[in-house]
Design a protein around this ligand. Structure first.
Ligand SMILES: [Zn+2]
Length: 295
């Protein structure tokens, strides 16, 4: 089966070292296998989209030599597909409308891996369509285990660790967990390579894949880049990757991923060599690691 990988940045700002690591790892993993690499803009939460950020990301990827296949996919243009998936879940009685306020849920005493465990208040409430409500996925009993190529097995007991989780928000926006599962299946993604901050989301996504009759891709979660222990992000003022320092940035990303960069005089040569030598077994088995000093 042909390898299909993807990189899925959110258009909330320019690429920084943390997002570059995920881009490089997924690009190399796909190219080393002679496969395709797709670019998806994760703008399902349109309230977070920063105007101009997508164009900047595309320019940065070009200057870094990280070429993609096919057209750029945008989640904001795919809401009809997410609604189809929701209908599928609803018809299988695996989704229901929830009218609970944030406060009502916060009052639940149980805490799980991602905040408060939803206590299932609305499971049998049959909240009418006219009423503003979120849509939740009904998780089933038992553990969901997913193998990760770098981090080992991850298993969760979704009812205990999380409870029924939101697949469509009360404000009408589809939840990331649903969108990513539908998108990866529609692209035919065989290998998801991304930052380990999403490791804890993976069993949720695997549960949705099963419920929707979709295949579960292979997963490879790479360490998240941190500065003073905090994940690099726009909030921590991580500097944007500059085109003039593309070589240095790529070399730093390769070293961060445990690979040995060649002398390669151009970004193309450097990436070509890196793909030929790509060894996922050398990726550090950590969820997070300090980034090198900014150039
Ligand atoms: Zn509820």
């Amino acid at each position: 089966m042909r390898t299909i990988g993807r990189f899925a940045p959110s258009p909330t700002g320019p690429l920084h070292f943390g997002s570059l690591v995920a881009a490089v790892a997924s690009w190399l993993d796909a190219r080393a296998a002679g496969g395709e690499w797709h670019l998806r803009i994760e703008d399902v939460d349109t309230t977070r989209t920063v105007p101009g950020a997508e164009a900047t990301i595309l320019r940065q990827l070009e200057s870094l030599g990280l070429t993609w296949d096919g057209l750029v996919v945008r989640q904001s243009e795919r809401t009809a597909r997410y609604d189809e998936a929701l209908e599928h879940l609803a018809s299988a009685r695996l989704a229901y409308r929830c009218r609970c306020s944030r406060k009502e849920i916060a009052d639940s005493a149980l805490r799980g891996i991602d905040g408060v465990v939803y206590p299932g208040t609305c499971r049998d409430a049959h909240v009418p369509d006219q009423e503003a409500a979120a849509v939740r996925f009904r998780v089933s009993a038992g553990r969901v285990a997913v193998q990760d190529r770098a981090q080992g097995d991850i298993a969760q007991d979704l009812p205990r660790d999380l409870g029924d989780f939101v697949v469509k928000r009360r404000d009408g926006l589809h939840a990331y967990q649903l969108a990513v599962v539908v998108d990866d299946a529609d692209l035919g993604v065989t290998d998801v390579v991304r930052g380990a901050d999403l490791l804890d989301s993976t069993p949720r996504q695997a549960a949705l894949q099963r419920a929707l009759g979709l295949p579960t891709p292979r997963y490879l979660h790479v360490p998240v880049a941190t500065r003073n222990g905090e994940k690099l992000s726009k909030q921590t003022l991580a500097p944007a990757i500059e085109a003039s320092r593309a070589m240095e940035a790529l070399r730093n990303a390769l070293v961060f991923l445990g690979q040995e960069p060649s002398a390669g005089g151009t970004v193309r040569a450097l990436l070509c060599d890196a793909a030929a030598r790509w060894d996922p077994n050398r990726i550090p088995r950590h969820r997070a690691m300090e980034a090198p000093p900014a150039p």
